[in-house]
Design a protein around this ligand. Structure first.
Ligand code: NAI
Length: 330
């Protein structure tokens, strides 16, 4: 039986994790969940929101499904998410954004995959206070990280029968840093003659995305643009409750929804488990369980098509009602 680390998070994390585990169990797929607690709830006992045992579990199992974890503000704790990505070198952030049946959005036929570089750029955390009135943040772009994320995007395109990989930069202004990212894209792209190439500046991309998003297929971006554009794309398909994600490296992969721990609706049986479920479906595809992934996806789509929605999508179903409906549809 496949053993997978399950970080059930805090806030709404445990509720949506229970829902997803129940749905996967009902599909007939047997998974040995290695449940690891992390986040706000473990700080008091273990002194850190990300105890070493969590990292060890992922290192052993290679794959994790992760519910959201609260980052306490102003208490000196680094974000669990940032720590995880660094410690496991999860260099690719993958966010597929596709319209869901019956979920009302401004545009139909959105089917975009955002591939974001996850380790450097302005998020490298290299900042200094020059004087009282001046602060600097350094934007770091390396050939190694740029080439490997572009390769990841093209390999993803091939594996998932996508047609185009579009690189997004501001290389007209940041000629050296974004210029290096673009140069890396062009070099890697030569190895993929079957995939269409496209280059766009990030400001133009944003305008095009809110006017005609269906023209885009796979996007590959440095860290900061990727962070912003992937949330924009989440908005195109119905918002946080349905936006899935994954952080992938050479050795490990952590699948997690885009949203946070939603403390405002914690414990109220209101949370939408769709984003975590879609992340889990992507995880099942990643480990080769395509038939189970497909069955679960169909059951989810049927539930939505039947108009069963949680409150964030304008419905009246509780987390439990929604989960039970998916299980029925399996
Ligand atoms: P949030 O995503 O938790 O919530 C924003 C709004 O969306 C809230 O109104 C919430 O109720 C709603 N929402 C989010 N997910 C939902 C779902 N599945 N179903 C229904 N409604 C949903 O963002 P916020 O409030 O900024 O962050 C709360 C905490 O989560 C913070 O401590 C933050 O650091 C953490 N966080 C953790 C992430 C992770 O673990 N990957 C990602 C983002 C934030």
């Amino acid at each position: 039986m496949r053993r997978i680390t399950l970080i059930n998070g805090d806030g709404i994390g445990p509720e949506i994790s229970d829902a997803v585990v129940k749905i996967i169990e009902a599909s007939g797929l047997k998974i040995d969940w290695d449940i690891q607690t992390a986040g706000a709830d473990v700080i008091e006992k273990e002194g850190t929101p990300l105890p070493e045992r969590v990292l060890n579990s992922i290192k052993e199992n290679k794959i994790a499904l992760k519910a959201p974890v609260t980052t306490p503000i102003g208490k000196g704790f680094r974000s669990v998410n940032v720590q995880l990505r660094k410690a496991l070198d999860l260099y690719a952030n993958l966010r597929p954004c596709k319209n869901l049946p019956n979920v009302k959005t401004k545009f139909d036929s959105v089917d975009i995959v955002v591939v974001r570089e996850n380790t450097e750029d302005l998020y490298a955390g290299i900042e200094r206070q020059v004087d009282n009135d001046t602060a600097e943040s350094i934007k770091v772009i390396t050939r190694k990280a740029s080439e490997r994320i572009c390769k990841f995007a093209f390999d993803y395109a091939i594996k998932n029968s996508r047609k185009e990989v579009c690189v997004v930069t501001k290389a007209n202004i940041m000629k050296l840093s974004d210029g290096l990212f673009l140069e890396s894209y062009r070099k890697i792209a030569e190895n993929y003659p079957e995939i269409k190439k496209r280059e766009i500046l990030v400001d133009n991309l944003c305008m095009q995305l809110v006017q005609n998003p269906s023209q885009f297929d796979v996007l590959v971006l440095p860290n900061l643009y990727g962070d912003i554009v992937s949330d924009l794309c989440a908005g195109l398909i119905g918002g946080l409750g349905v936006a899935q994600g994954a952080n992938i490296g050479l050795d490990y992969a952590v699948f997690e929804p885009v949203h946070g721990s939603a403390p405002d609706i914690k414990g109220q049986n209101k949370a939408n488990p769709t984003a975590l479920l879609l992340s889990a479906i992507e995880m099942l595809k990643y480990i080769g369980e395509f038939s189970y992934a497909d069955r679960i996806e169909k059951a989810l789509f049927k539930t939505l098509a039947n108009g069963i929605f949680t409150a964030d999508l304008g419905g009246t179903a509780s987390t439990k009602d929604f989960t039970d409906a998916i299980v029925q549809n399996l």
